[in-house]
Design a protein around this ligand. Sequence first.
Ligand code: PMP
Length: 308
Amino acid sequence: MTESQFIWMDGEFIAWNDAKVHILTHSLHYANSAFEGVRAYPTDRGLAIFRLQDHTRRLLNSCKMSLLKCPFDAATLNNAQVEILRKNTYKADTSVYIRPIVFVGYGVMGVYHLNSPIQTAIATWEWGAYLGEEGLNNGIKVKISSFTRNSIKSMMGKAKIAANYLNSQMAKCEAKEAGCDEALLLDSEGFVAEGSGECFFVVRDDVLITPPSENALESITQDTVLAIARDLGIKTERRRLTRDEVYVADEAFFTGTAAELTPVREVDSRVIGGGKRGETTRRLQEAYFDIVYGRNAKYAHYLTYIKG
Ligand code: PMP
């Protein structure tokens, strides 16, 4: 990874290499930590964070769900994300990833975590296309996972918490080992849930379809893409999707803060549509980048400029 100069930790800016924790940090053992993935894009007015307030709201909701008493309120966390980007220096054309994390610190061992200290950190670094530039333009290969998405009977999929990502990690490794780029996970009833770190869309007969959030994170990018589709006059549906329907879709793509809008060209050896980025996907992708790079005035309220 590309290192930056500073990390914000528990209210202070410290040097990147000094942002350390003890080996007996509770979250390292029991996987209760809430985190976010946020992006800042270079606009003609400098770096701007995309939907910062929505990410921070989700972070604090994840904390609430997993009983993490975050010592900082939303305003402080928002401000810290702006300030860390002011302190770290990036080239003018660089897109920056922001990773706030709230975790259980050092001092008490055992599963019960409510007597342990809670720590908060925000790191930022340069991060290009999560699924590759080639994937962004020409689409990726996907494998439907043999792992079922975490059941809502035992996990909380609407919390962006570390524990949920073992399931994602196993699915991702399985997909990569099978020569694919990403995994698509089904829920316990066999309907499409989400990717290992993305939401999923298909286009069938000119209708854009994405599953409800029942078995998935409430995705900020998915919400943005649905708004764009309405702007472009594309019919949208939020309904359950089955794997056979995915195989015969005209187009398919993943969405996520890291993955942005990445076309899918193949699922389980079935070529999707023309086997490359489809026309609807291209239009949505173009409109998404216009918004995040500050080229669409209608969505200017989604951007928090670093220079103020
Ligand atoms: N699902 C999972 C499991 C994720 O990790 C992510 C990435 N945060 C998403 C969906 C997409 O969410 P968002 O668009 O808010 O980044």
